[in-house]
Design a binder for this molecule. Structure first.
Ligand code: UDP
Ligand code: MG
Length: 349
């Protein structure tokens, strides 16, 4: 296999005005055939919206002809910016790349598969104008399979609402609009793009939900199945941990440590009582030892995972390293370094 020579991302000579009213951000992975009709539908809606707009398509390493389709759109429409990532990083890094490369004051997110309807955007914007910072779509009549998609999603919405304390009926809906400021302190990892409303609320954003249309997917395949549920659960654990305990990890680690110590004490006490009452030797009761070992190992595994999450954040944020790499950009310059320098100090210090 030949390795292509490294090429730095081309610098566009001059960037257009620093900001725009609206950026429509679309993560794209193998959506050939959906992109031209989507561009058309967005254009029809956004042309009628005041303040100027751009579309930021993030091609997340598509292996079909999607990039060519996007390049053709960018060639004839200067409002189309295409950020092509070097490989498939996943929907969350693609969204992060979209945020970093968007110039709009209001960021609108949309899937590329035509399941979301751009015709809902004006209502999202009107609701935002009522004084909200985040308006989230709620797929009242969702057009996905029930058992593998809707049911896990109902459970997930309930759990995420309960754990984050931010009640939304549809965390999984991609169609959302944000004021840019509330995203400036949000760093996205794993599958965490769905928690953005919760993160935004934790920094004080006003959030609401409005019903939106949802269409069945006509072309291309969904990239997800049931396995996503597990990832979402683990991400939820991490998000909660980082939001609540990142500045006081001793409460978690110490708490678990004390609890395990108590269990160890109880099992030892039980073994000693057995020895002196019914005369069972300490080495004849392996079950409690086994349970203790398994329990402790499980806890250590989870804590190691959390530790790794913290280390990952320190790694990325101390070096201001994004979680993705960009191959090339059409119709736009790389994000200005200043946009990265004005980040807040590390939350862990
Ligand atoms: N997507 C992406 N990278 C991925 C997986 C998905 O950019 O690794 C995009 C995909 O092209 C679509 C959106 O994320 O625009 C949502 O994906 P999909 O429609 O497969 O998810 P579903 O709607 O079935 O939950
Ligand atoms: Mg979809």
């Amino acid at each position: 296999m030949t390795v292509p020579a490294f090429q730095p991302a081309p610098q566009a000579p001059d960037e257009a005005p620093a900001t725009l009213a609206h950026s429509v951000i679309i993560p794209v992975y193998n959506e050939e055939g959906n992109l031209t009709p989507l561009h058309q539908a967005i254009t029809a809606i956004m042309d009628a919206t005041a303040g100027g707009y751009e579309m930021v398509f993030v091609d997340d390493g598509s292996r079909d002809g999607g990039f060519q389709e996007l390049a053709a759109l960018a060639a004839r429409d200067p409002r189309v910016k295409v950020v092509q990532l070097r490989r498939n990083f996943g929907q969350t890094p693609a969204i992060a790349a979209g945020i970093d490369h968007a110039r709009g004051d209001i960021l609108i997110f949309l899937d590329a598969d035509l399941q979301n309807d751009p015709a809902d955007i004006p209502r999202l914007l009107a609701t935002l104008a009522e004084g909200y910072d985040v308006v989230s779509g709620w797929r009242q009549h969702r057009r996905d399979t029930w058992l593998t998609r809707q049911m896990p999603s109902m459970a997930a919405n309930w759990l995420i609402s309960a754990i984050t304390g931010v009640r939304l009926r549809d965390y999984g809906c991609s169609l959302k609009a944000y004021r840019r400021e509330v995203l400036s302190q949000v760093h996205l990892y794993g599958e965490m793009h769905r928690f953005i409303p919760a993160y935004a609320s934790w920094v004080g954003a006003a959030i609401t939900e409005i019903p939106v249309t949802h269409h069945p997917r006509l072309r291309g395949k969904s990239k997800y199945g049931l396995s996503r549920t597990v990832k979402v659960l683990l991400d939820l654990l991490t998000a909660k941990f980082l939001a609540s305990y990142a500045t006081k990890p001793i409460y978690v680690f110490g708490g678990v440590g004390l609890f395990l110590g108590l269990l160890a004490f109880l099992s030892l006490a039980a073994a000693i009582i057995q020895k002196f009452t019914i005369g069972v030797s300490l080495i004849q009761t392996p079950l409690t030892t086994l349970a203790a070992i398994l329990g402790a190992t499980g806890f250590i595994a989870i804590l190691q995972g959390l530790n790794a999450e913290v280390a990952l954040r320190t790694y990325h944020e101390s070096q201001q390293k994004p979680t993705y790499t960009v191959r090339r950009i059409l119709n736009g310059a790389p994000p200005r370094p200043a946009a990265r320098r004005d980040r807040p100090p590390l939350p862990l210090t």
